[in-house]
Structure formats: structure tokens, C-alpha cells
Design a protein around this ligand. Structure first.
Ligand code: FE
Length: 229
């Protein structure tokens, strides 16, 4: 059995959000899929440790905002690598409330599906919430971001709580390079690529980045980076 076969499954990139007691939270999820068309239903798989899980469980509603291919890494980092227990993820984000009162992300979103939970399936580390679509709309004509695009082109990583997280094997060969890795989220700064979303041109060595530069995924400062060996 080759467990890596499971990495050949294709996914999209979404912000799944919900509400509780007048507060909002959302997280990045790639495991969102349509279950039936009559009535239209969706399933999302959410880690039990995540605050969004608590919110969906208590309110019985969630919104899936479909992320555009052009979404920058800091946007994904805000929802994917930070916890709503530490920050208000919607503070700097444009959103509006849907029919259910859950927040619809209006930035870098090509459309949304708003759901009421019909069924809950306990699958150990995660819960699969099955929701009936109560409202949905296309917001722009842009292309959606795929999970493969996020990993291959954007250099994105999966947090340990993602359903599709796979532990990386330690590198064996020591190569001479000046890539630097974020100790918080495992993002790797590659000087060949730079950090175009934050205005850092390709070909910029890590060493000359300003001290105010922060990890484009999790916002950690430069001091949290270590040279890749
Ligand atoms: Fe980071």
C-alpha cells in the first residue's frame, strides 16, 4: 500500500467560516465537496481542535467562500496559520453577513455557499459537517485556486491540523542554499522566488530583507527563520 496515492486527489481552497455569540471565525479548508444536487448539499471536514469547529457545532451554520487563484499568501496565512483564539481573523477582512448570520468573505473570493448543518459525522480527529445550501452566489469571474496550485506555485504548506497533512520526511542530503524556513509554519523563503505578494522581487537574498519583513503565511518575524540545511 502506497499512502502517497492519497496525495493524487485534487482539491480546491476555501475559507470555511461560522459564528458564535456575535463573534466570527473562519479557517482555510481544502476538504469541501458537493454531496447531492437535490437538495444541494456540501460536506466540509474540520479538525476538532479548530475554533471554527466549535462555532459550527454551536451555531449549526457555515459559509464556504471559494478562494480566487490570485489570492495573496498573507490572506491565506491569516485564515490558515493563525488561530481565532489569539486574533480576530475578520478584523482586517472585508465581509458581509449572510442569511444565517455567518460571515461571507468578500476579498479574493469568487463565490460563496452558505449552509445549514443537516448531519454531523464523527471521524476521529475531524468532524464532517454536511450542510444544506441555503444561499449561494458567484461574485467574480476569476478562476478558483486549486490545492495543487497553492502548493506548487504559491509554495504553500499545510498546518498539522489539516485533514490532508502529511508529515515531511527529514532531508538527507545537505545542500548549499540560502533558503530559510519559518519555524512557526514551515514556509520556506526561496530567494529565487522572493515574496512577490509582499513586494519582494525574485532574486532577493533572505539576509538583505528588511527587519520589518514577516513570514507571508503566519506573520512570524525574520528572527523565527532558520537556514535550511
Ligand atoms: Fe510562518
Amino acid at each position: 500500500m502506497n499512502i502517497k496515492t492519497i496525495q493524487k486527489i485534487s482539491y480546491g481552497m476555501y475559507v470555511v467560516s461560522s459564528k458564535r455569540d456575535g463573534k466570527f471565525n473562519g479557517q482555510i479548508a481544502n476538504t469541501v465537496f458537493q454531496i447531492t444536487s437535490e437538495p444541494p448539499t456540501l460536506a466540509v471536514s474540520i479538525n476538532k481542535q479548530n475554533l471554527t469547529h466549535e462555532y459550527i457545532q454551536s451555531s449549526g451554520v457555515f459559509v464556504t467562500s471559494i478562494i480566487s487563484k490570485e489570492a495573496p499568501m498573507p490572506f491565506i496565512g491569516n485564515f490558515g496559520f493563525k488561530s481565532g483564539r489569539d486574533i480576530d481573523k475578520f478584523k482586517e477582512i472585508k465581509y458581509r453577513l449572510g442569511k444565517t448570520g455567518a460571515p461571507i468573505v468578500l476579498e479574493h473570493t469568487i463565490g460563496y455557499l452558505e449552509c445549514e448543518v443537516l448531519n454531523i459525522i464523527d471521524v476521529g480527529t475531524h468532524t464532517v459537517f454536511i450542510g444544506k445550501v441555503v444561499d449561494c452566489e458567484i461574485l467574480t469571474d476569476e478562476e478558483p485556486m486549486t490545492y495543487a496550485y497553492y502548493h506548487q506555485i504559491k509554495g504553500g504548506k499545510s498546518p498539522k491540523t489539516a485533514p490532508t497533512y502529511i508529515k515531511e520526511e527529514p532531508k538527507k542530503a545537505v545542500e548549499i542554499s540560502s533558503k530559510y524556513k519559518c519555524k512557526v509554519c514551515d514556509y520556506v523563503y526561496d530567494p529565487e522566488k522572493g515574496d512577490p505578494d509582499c513586494g519582494i522581487k525574485p532574486g532577493t537574498p533572505f539576509e538583505i530583507l528588511s527587519d520589518t519583513w514577516t513570514c507571508p503565511i503566519c506573520g512570524a518575524p525574520k528572527s523565527e527563520f532558520e537556514k535550511e540545511t
